[in-house]
Design a protein around this ligand. Structure first.
Ligand code: 5GP
Ligand code: MG
Length: 182
């Protein structure tokens, strides 16, 4: 079993880079067909989703625009329960077909917050793509249109996701080698 150490915690290999890239290519195919002959505006949620977005864009054949949104709700391995961000997207989203690109949906709080902010700008359509989704952790009423992997309620790092700013550069996804206490 491949394990790594980040600060005080041990993580074990969970999803390989090969599986991740294969899955993202499948999502891109679906998006290409769903938005056929349309232009798609990606709102990429920083920091975690940068890598998922970059990989997704490699396989998108439809015309795209991109913008970024910085959001943060985690401290260490637990959700802080509130979202910090400003809606400083540098593109007008009104009338556009918008896709939110997230790294992971946990409680859904961040997504609900971002969706509400974007809806105020009255996009033509709004959908959500996330690399990872924890159905058991969901507390808010959100719709997710494209999901890479559904995972249990465990803490993961790698492929853009961090533990206290470490691990974002890992090519594979690793999971915490202990159970999270509720
Ligand atoms: P939510 O608002 O849905 O509770 O949390 C979403 C955000 O929390 C994600 O965008 C991500 O930044 C962070 N997050 C949630 N679960 C994990 C996890 O297992 N690992 C890491 N590194 N971040 C997580
Ligand atoms: Mg995120």
């Amino acid at each position: 079993m491949q394990t790594i150490q980040l600060k005080d915690k041990e993580f074990r290999l969970y999803i390989s880079n090969l599986e991740i890239e294969k899955k993202i290519a499948e999502i891109a195919l679906k998006i290409n067909s769903d938005y056929h002959q349309k232009e798609l505006t990606l709102v990429i949620v920083l920091n975690g989703a940068f890598r998922f977005a970059a990989q997704l864009i490699r396989s998108l054949t439809i015309p795209i625009q991109i913008t970024f949104l910085r959001v943060s709700s985690y401290r260490g391995i637990q959700s802080a329960g509130k979202v910090e961000n400003n809606f400083d997207v540098d593109l007008p989203l009104g009338g556009k077909d918008v896709l939110i690109v997230e790294d992971i949906i946990d409680s859904g709080l961040t997504l609900q917050h971002i969706s509400a902010g974007i809806k105020k700008q009255q996009p033509a359509s709004l959908k959500v793509a996330t690399l990872l989704y924890k159905p058991a952790a969901l507390k808010y009423d959100v719709t997710i249109n494209y999901v890479g992997f559904e995972i249990p309620n465990d803490f993961v790092v790698g492929f853009g996701l961090d533990y206290d700013q470490q691990g974002r550069g890992l090519n594979d996804i690793f999971v915490l080698n202990e159970k999270l206490s509720e």
